[in-house]
Write a protein that binds this ligand. Structure first.
Ligand code: CP3
Length: 340
């Protein structure tokens, strides 16, 4: 079925649409009063497990802000249901018993996401029905390293000493876990394609925790396998590795359809690094949305101008939107980009 607005998918395929398509990471979330109204009634975990509510929340930024793509409302950590590891959202995620010893590793269940996370596929079908082909739907997962980091650290971290300790002390155990996590995520993402998503984004949010040579040795081969295997399912794959622009050249060795650029590097320089034959996505510092219309407009226009040198450009923030954002300013940014 033809989409009414396929500017985002055209850009993913390397064709320049009439306007620069735009969406925002974490575009469904707490900065929207309409989202907070739903969260006043249900917990985050319950929301993720109720397909009709996921669809309602997924569509909020489409209706309110006019973005060019929808991203499934879910979380990168719901896939832990397939491991038998419960996650508490408070709102930051926390795992009661992190996986750190050989005995912890042996307790992991490695189930089938198609059964254990079936509610995600239900949410995708509900989103597709509610969208009625207005804009495409993006599915996602956390990258193997970011996902494993949460499992080993038990939550957020400043030092990542548990997961890095595992890499440096037990490289074979870590590699085995990465292998299994990659297999699990491939199954999970292929299931999302079967359920109807039009594109996928892989979030390596914690890529910046590793020195470039460690990222190259311990992470990149698994990420490469994940992206290329999932691409065989036929939808474009966006790869967003955040937190260290020094690894961008290495990340660009992976043939993802689109490379996500975080806000720590200028878009001009990022295009120099990845090459003008690639499609890029990004990269306004989300904190700029806390400023004013004039500054947002100037900085957004500059990024659109830089993006014209790439094969195609999808405008986005350089990381997730802040919960303190005024939706009116986010909407202003979107309109500036779409009319630039
Ligand atoms: O982008 C979207 O609008 C789709 C929904 C989405 C959420 N999380 C909803 C969410 C997506 C794509 C994610 C991905 C995600 N989750 C990432 C990768 C992106 C990134 O930011 O780097 C990561 C690292 C997580 C893990 C996670 N989940 C964190 C760190 C938090 C706390 C966030 C916070 O603002 O405190 C969550 C919870 C979460 N995931 C919320 C939302 C809307 C807030 C929960 C609430 O409503 O209370």
């Amino acid at each position: 079925m033809a989409l009414q607005n396929d500017s985002f998918l055209q850009a993913c395929r390397g064709v320049r649409p009439a306007h620069t398509p735009v969406w925002m990471m974490r575009q469904a979330g707490r900065y929207l009063p309409e989202y907070r109204a739903i969260r006043a009634k249900v917990s985050f975990n319950e929301l993720c497990r109720t397909p009709e509510l996921c669809a309602e929340v997924t569509l909020q930024p489409i209706d309110i802000l006019g973005v060019d793509a929808a991203i499934l409302f879910s979380d990168i950590l719901v896939v832990f249901d397939a491991l038998g590891v419960p996650v508490i959202f408070d709102p930051a995620p926390r795992i009661e018993s992190p996986v750190r010893t050989a005995a912890d590793v042996a307790r992991l269940r490695w189930g089938d996401p198609r059964e254990d996370v079936a509610y995600v596929y239900g949410a995708i079908r509900a989103c597709k029905a509610a969208l009625a082909d207005r804009v495409p739907l993006i599915g996602f997962c956390g990258a193997p390293f970011t996902t494993l980091s949460y499992l080993v650290e038990g939550g957020g971290s400043k030092t990542f000493e548990h997961v890095k300790g595992l890499i440096f002390r037990e490289p074979v155990v870590f590699a085995g876990l990465m292998e299994k996590m990659t297999d699990l995520l491939i199954t999970y993402l292929k299931g999302q394609v079967d359920a109807g998503v039009d594109a996928l984004q892989v979030f390596d949010s914690w890529a910046g925790a590793l020195a470039p040579e460690d990222y190259r040795e311990h992470v990149l081969p698994h990420l490469h396998r994940l992206v290329t295997e999932v691409q065989t399912a036929g939808v474009p794959v966006i790869l967003f590795a955040r937190g260290n622009a020094n690894i961008l050249a290495d990340v660009a060795t992976i043939p993802a359809d689109v490379l996500g650029i975080d806000w720590s590097i200028g878009m001009d320089r990022a295009i120099d690094v990845v090459g003008a034959e690639r499609v890029v996505q990004g990269n306004l510092d989300p904190t700029l949305l806390l400023s004013n219309k004039a500054l947002i407009e100037r900085r957004a226009r500059a990024i659109v101008e830089s993006g014209r040198r790439a094969k195609a450009h999808i405008f986005n923030l350089g990381h997730g939107i802040s919960k303190h954002t005024d939706p009116a300013l986010a909407k202003h940014m979107i309109q500036v980009v779409q009319s630039a």
